[in-house]
Design a protein around this ligand. Structure first.
Ligand code: PAN
Ligand code: ZN
Length: 191
């Protein structure tokens, strides 16, 4: 069975701590600060002030050691800190998978949302612990923390899907998620 034995990682046990939002053993960890989010918030001046000031960590992504390679199924936990910039809730950059494939998110902690955009239609899923958000192939996706504590979720996705961040810079995400008197509201992207 040589064609079945050529994978880069062996079968493995991965400890998943939903409360602590950790995976063990751990693979690469990504930290996104405000300065990494240029061009994403509607209020560019507010973004620059924050990026040139305290430059806070907006979100981090911890992964298991499963590689982003074709046919593998990597997992990661994203934790988005609570906050707003120019009235817009803190969020991930958002991306398309250029090799169109589906992905699942599982809410672990806090209150968030999964914003999806296919270039014409916008979809929003309220995310909370125990909720699975399904991202079909071809839908760009961004996560947003709409609460006042960290929002964490597990993502499982095909390792060969790729990540295209330029698509969101070019096409937007359809809507923005704005803080209001009673929680959040979705407004047009070009507000
Ligand atoms: C997630 C995201 C993660 C960070 O694991 O990569 O939440 O968001 P950005 O990649 O948009 O910065 C995922 O959707 N992977 O495919
Ligand atoms: Zn994705």
């Amino acid at each position: 069975m040589p064609e079945f034995a050529a994978q880069p990682v062996p079968p493995m046990r991965i400890a998943f701590d939903a409360a602590a939002a950790t995976l063990s053993p751990e693979g690469p960890t990504l930290t996104r600060r405000m300065s990494d989010l240029e061009g994403l918030f509607a209020d560019h001046d507010a973004w620059r002030d924050a990026a040139e000031g305290e430059n806070p960590v907006v979100y981090s992504v911890v992964s298991s050691p499963v590689p982003e390679e074709d046919r593998e199924l990597p997992q990661s936990i994203t934790t988005i800190q609570p906050g707003t910039t120019g009235g817009e809730f803190w969020m991930t950059k958002g991306h398309q998978h250029p090799n169109h494939q589906g992905e699942i998110y599982l809410g672990l902690h806090g209150a968030g949302g999964l914003l999806m955009f296919d270039g014409e239609r916008t979809e929003w899923i309220d995310m909370a612990p125990g909720v699975i958000g399904y991202i079909p192939p071809g839908w760009a996706h961004r996560s947003v923390n709409v609460g006042d504590e960290p929002y964490s979720f597990l993502a499982v996705y095909p390792g060969g899907a790729g990540h295209d961040y330029g698509w969101v810079l070019e096409h937007g995400m359809g809507h923005r998620v704005i803080a209001g008197d009673s929680g959040f509201s979705l407004t047009d992207y070009t507000r």
